[in-house]
Design a protein around this ligand. Structure first.
Ligand code: SF4
Length: 448
């Protein structure tokens, strides 16, 4: 378990010599606990203390990489049970399972469908970032063929088979891409582990008996495979969720190193698509490192990606856009100029509505430290002075030949002060909700 600042402090020299750049050893300990400093910044730490501190710094849940290159997927290395305690760091891979019994036409269509599972949300690109092949045919040849065909997607892969020999053959088409090998159990891990070791691939170990899994991970590690993922898929959603939660708790709270690995969960078949989406969402939230499903429609995958994006945004750092003047559409000097904040969700909601209105417009994203309109106004981050300064800045100069600015309806109260501060700008109060922007631009703005 990661040491707390006071535990670290006890191991430091306590001379407050400042050589590390901190005023005291306690300040340095606090930085170390927050991972904002490195132990080698203190030249006087003893070898014994160094060994203890470095040992405690090893992550309680191993960071495992699947795939290679720019699209590799890194999972694990989480340090908290709940996001509000700190943050979640490595978003789970969300992937589609492609069975190996599809016809050529079906396989081509499935590959195309999986390739299209990419979206832009609040300015960020989000996508299904792993793909699995299931050896449902039980034969080697269709499995190998399907794995080879899916190389086209250039995504990290999961090779799922009850026959290690089939995985070995399929690896010929993707041996440098370090796919996740899936199919080993506490009883049958040896052949899988031998392949994983030889091909330098991560290995998934399936089962729901945590004692048996813990014993098997020790043996697999001793056999030379360190990158292990626990496939905790059980007979139902509640059993899988219990196992995922228990493993996270044991790794973080009890420091059980033999279960300190990221986990995988496969959403069950036989339910309605809506139920499967709900099941996948459950595993995204708690605590899977990879969530796999046979669903492949954008309407099924987008909710999972959206949930993942929300959960894995650091709650201490709201997603922000650059504070600047943005042009939406073919703007001219007569185009309207709207004010909003640089909180991504707010900005892109406004931008989407302006686009929908088909009225080219400028949108000024004011720097409010990534807070929304009302929060920024309440905390003095969106003030008449700040908006006026922006209107007078070079960012706006020469862009419009009118002096009319539209402010969000929720901050109508700043109109008077803004007119005074801005030196001649006419302040128009826009709608409170972004959804009313198209109507506003087409009616109220046009009549101004
Ligand atoms: Fe303390 Fe080491 Fe920093 Fe000196 S360099 S203040 S001994 S932590």
């Amino acid at each position: 378990m990661a040491l707390k600042a006071l535990d670290i402090f006890k191991l430091l020299p306590k001379t407050n010599c400042k050589k590390c750049g901190c005023p005291t050893c306690l300040a340095f300990a606090m930085k170390l606990a927050q991972k904002q400093a490195s132990l080698d910044q203190c030249p006087d730490v003893t070898a014994e203390a160094k060994a203890m501190l470095e040992g405690s710094a090893a992550p309680p849940i191993r960071l495992v990489t699947i795939g290679a290159g720019a699209k590799k997927l890194e999972i694990g290395n989480e340090t908290v049970m709940f996001r509000h305690e700190e943050s979640f760091y490595h978003p789970p891979g969300i992937g589609v399972i492609v069975p190996d019994n599809l016809s050529d036409g079906e396989l081509k269509a499935r590959i195309e469908a999986v390739g299209k599972l990419q979206f832009v949300r609040v300015g960020a690109h989000i996508q299904s970032d792993i793909v699995a092949v299931a050896n449902v045919s039980g034969q080697a040849e269709p499995f190998v063929k399907t794995v080879a065909a899916l190389q086209k997607l250039d995504l990290p892969m999961v090779l799922m088979s009850k026959e290690p020999a089939h995985i070995d053959k399929a690896l010929e088409s993707c041996k440098d891409k370090q796919p996740l090998i899936c199919g080993a159990t506490a009883e049958s891990w040896e052949k899988y582990a031998a392949i994983a070791k030889e091909k330098k691939c991560p290995l998934a170990l399936s089962g729901t008996d945590l004692d048996a899994l813990a014993a098997a991970t020790e043996k697999i590690k001793a056999a030379g495979v360190e990158d292990i993922i626990l496939d905790l898929t059980a007979s139902g959603i509640s059993e899988t969720l219990q196992a995922l939660t228990a493993v996270r708790q044991l790794a973080l709270k009890k420091n059980v190193r033999s279960l300190g690995y990221p986990c995988l969960a496969i959403c069950g078949g036989g339910q309605s698509a809506g139920e499967q989406v709900a099941e996948c969402c459950t595993y995204v939230a708690k605590y899977a490192g990879i969530v796999l499903t046979e669903l492949h429609g954008p309407e099924h995958i987008l909710p999972l990606l959206t949930l993942r994006q929300n959960l894995y945004t650091d709650p201490r750092k709201p997603i922000q856009v650059e504070a600047k003047l943005n042009a939406v559409g073919a703007v001219t000097a007569q185009s309207p100029l709207l004010i909003t904040t640089n909180f991504s969700l707010t900005y892109y909601t406004v931008e989407g509505e302006v686009e929908a209105s088909r009225v080219p417009a400028f949108i000024a994203a004011i720097d409010t430290d990534g807070t929304s309109v009302l929060t920024a106004f309440a905390s003095d981050k969106l003030t008449a002075e700040k908006v006026a300064a922006f209107l007078k800045s070079d960012a706006v100069k020469g862009k419009v030949d009118h002096k009319k600015v539209i402010i969000p309806g929720y901050v109508a109260v700043m109109s008077g002060a803004l007119e005074e501060e801005s030196g001649g700008w006419q302040v128009l109060v826009g709608p409170r909700e972004a959804s009313a922007i198209p109507k506003y631009l087409k009616t109220v703005w046009k009549s101004e």
